[in-house]
Design a protein around this ligand. Sequence first.
Ligand SMILES: [Ca+2]
Ligand SMILES: [Ca+2]
Ligand SMILES: [Ca+2]
Ligand SMILES: [Ca+2]
Length: 510
Amino acid sequence: MKSFTSRLAIFSAFSALLSASELVAKTIQSKPTSITISSAAVGGSGIAGTVDSSLLNRHRTGGNAIYVYAGTVTPNDRGSATSPLAVVPVTQDLCIFSYSVTGLAAGTYTLALTQQADQDAATTDDAISFISQATVTYSNAASLMSYSFPTKGRVLKVGAGQTYAKLSQAVQNSLNGDVIEISSGDYIDDFATVSNSVTLRGVGVTRPHIKRVAGNISNGKGILVTTGKVTVENVEISGAKVADENGAAIRIENDITICNAYIHDSEDGVLGGGVNTLIEYSEFSQNGLTDCGYNHNIYISDGDVFVLKHSYIHDAVCGTDTGHNVKTRAKNNYILYNRIANEATGTASDQINVPQGGLTYIVGNVIRESSKSHSNRIILYYDGGDGAAHASRDLYLINNTIISDNGEAYLTPGGGTTVRAYNNLLWGSPKTISAANQSNNIFSTDTTVFVNKANYDYHLSATATTPINAGMNISTITGFTLPVDFEYVHPTNKKARILNGIIDVGAHER
Ligand SMILES: [Ca+2]
Ligand SMILES: [Ca+2]
Ligand SMILES: [Ca+2]
Ligand SMILES: [Ca+2]
């Protein structure tokens, strides 16, 4: 995927900027709680750096923050006897996390990372714990000093010439908190059950490719089976196949985070679910089977919260049987700013299938149904015949662009649901959408409304007028509290949504 090269370029530039801190990272292993470093002028002012993703709670992003204190202190929360000078968020760009604190005078500071900033009341002494900390001496207030928080676990290296030739060997020798770095290259029939809570991270010029080639996977489940709380970053996985025809690239049996993965040509892309499932900046394609009936690109079969963001989920394979691009049974679903589509080859039945309901946000997505789909709908929300109803059956369908190229209904909600559909651009033959609460949706059959419909580019064209500034103020939608603050950028990225007046209808602002 060509975008990966540019991502590495960004990462390399950032790494170069932070090279001083990498030296620090090596020394911190033996002295993990307090180190002293001097500033190096690299432009700008303040202290900035990366935070290794293994230190973060990716399922509660509002909790990850750096607390900054004057002097050498034992960190405590806001409202305690040792209140911080400043609290700055940990921010994310693709799978890289960073922070920046500015406005500091020269001096010595303690920096501490917590995952619980969102539980810290400003005026009371709360039980907030800190994951990692460092004491830094900031000697020149006119310079930018680099300090990065390294992983607290070990780094196990996999690849040719590394400690472990096979991923499965490193997994077997891992402990909770470790980061397993997988070098670029092919890992053939290298299957692993990951029972510890570790980070599997691809490193190198291209993503390492873990693939099944010969026979069925003997564990009967998948290429990776994650029973610990696992993070998977920068990997390609393909070819999963097991005896019962439900082989997944990743079989999910606990909390999981998947970032910048390319998962394809397996019987299932991912299957399962922990309490929390997060998939972001990833591509899934060509997963499924033509004759099975329960194979999908993404199938979240359980859990409390499923988040799918900034991803390209396309062309699942189901022939004339039943299989979907995205299926979820989680109790809360956040499907935000993705491209979910049957395009050149896909035969997915539904683009999004939510059979048991649950509080579900489908916001800012580009969704396309092709003539190759045989089901009579694009999105299914609550099917009384496929699993018990979740307590909430509230669906918010907000600011999506949905293309029906085969005359299928955009949405089929079941009985007892509350569907709110606003600001959607609905292209194709149906001129209605099944939602009791709806407004500011636009139905179109005009191909010139898009930049290049034939090539799946559904940005609004220069001649499009109807959707421009035609949306409803989202703050007036009953019960809807999310921002609509991003757009999907192809492939597997995002950008800020700049309203340019009133919000436009559909997934993209012109
Ligand atoms: Ca507090
Ligand atoms: Ca406290
Ligand atoms: Ca369909
Ligand atoms: Ca606008």
